[in-house]
Design a binder for this molecule. Sequence first.
Ligand code: ADP
Length: 460
Amino acid sequence: MKIQSIFFRQVVSHILVILFIALTLSGSAIYFIYTGNLIEKKAQVKQLLVNVADTFNEELKNGHIPTVREWQLARNAIGMPLWLEDADGQVLRGQMYPGYKPANRKTGEAGLQEKPQIAIAFNGLEALVITMPVPIGDRTGFIVAYSALNSNQYILERLARFYILPFIVGTIAAILLGVVLSRRLTRSIADIARAADRFSAGDYTSRTSIVGEDEIGSLGQTFNTMADSIFYTQQTRQEFFANISHELKTPLTCIKSTTEALLDGMAENDAEREHYLTRILAESNRMSRLVFDIMDSEQLESGKMKIKQERINLAVLLERQADKVKPQLVRKNVVLDLQMKAEEPYVIGDSCRIDQVLDNLISNAIRYAPPDSQIVLGLTEENQCLRIYVSDHGEGIAEEALPLIWERFYRVDKSRNRSSGGSGLGLSITRGLVEAMGGTIQVQSKKGQGTTFSIKMKKA
Ligand code: ADP
């Protein structure tokens, strides 16, 4: 369990809340037991004092102080230290408990009350001191009883006190912790929600800065990754449509202008008419190739391309391709060296699609090979794989362009390739097809020396 995780924090905060509630409840229980105990004791002592006051009432009203003997009897009857004070705190009868600091009843310090009440804690000990106002002649005096708390009451009193501070500190800490944690949590969620709102309103650069270690942080990271990928898809889609329109525009313009020229009677004889019609046919072929390439590319991209699984003899396919490109080779005066070094040239794949792959690689090699040069088409065995390679001694591909040649519509030299018929979709389709058949394709190229494409497929 990670310390930064929200799960961990939730668990800790729940444990803290449970502890806090347990402490509060037990503290309150102790406090109520303690105060209940005191109230009971207070009532008992009060009753005893009322009895003493009643006994001496008449005597005191007349201004007579009870005798030592009478006082001693009263003290023994209630079983606790008992004395009579005047309003100045002077002891008139009995003995003040040693160490008790008499209160100045006139100035209203602790203890001066019409009713009996409790005074606690003097001399380091907890005690119950109850005073009962009585008339002494025309003045007021006080009968005071002192009762030390027993050990149980003392412990309860200590515990009740011990709980007050932690209770207050705990309450404040719990509130602060709750507020801080909740704010952090809600602020993070609000930040991600704002970023998502901006994004859905069309601001594709909108990202969240909440990318921490906890669950919300990873939600933020996931949002950013998702936003990146939507942004990328959006951009490539736009580029894709821009490229398609651009690629279709050239042959369409050519077909249109040539047809118009024909209709305007520009062709003066049959030979000229044939020349115009051949151009229209070539451009139509180019457009139809492009449309098929776009369809293949879309199917590969969406994973909907249907690939047959048949046992294929690669040697036969390579020989057929070598035969097929003979006219192209002659036209460019390029020689094809066919190197067949595989004894068991079988793979599982789609023969039409392998034909398409070879067709693209060989036509590229012929296109980029210089006149009077040699290109190689070969097949070898490597462990459990077969390797097809197509090499030329053409201009090669610059190192920085090598990773890009697999991208849709990428062309190293844009103007030259358009004039020579390439749309830049060939290699992206080639790689898609090879990978869809479980193979891999690689390129090695040196500027000015030539290029080799290698395909590896598992033997059947
Ligand atoms: P195109 O239809 O333009 O040939 P490809 O996807 O087949 O598109 O190739 C992409 C780019 O890779 C080409 O425009 C070209 O610049 C480069 N390329 C491909 N094959 C070769 C090669 N044999 N020699 C040099 N450059 C090549």
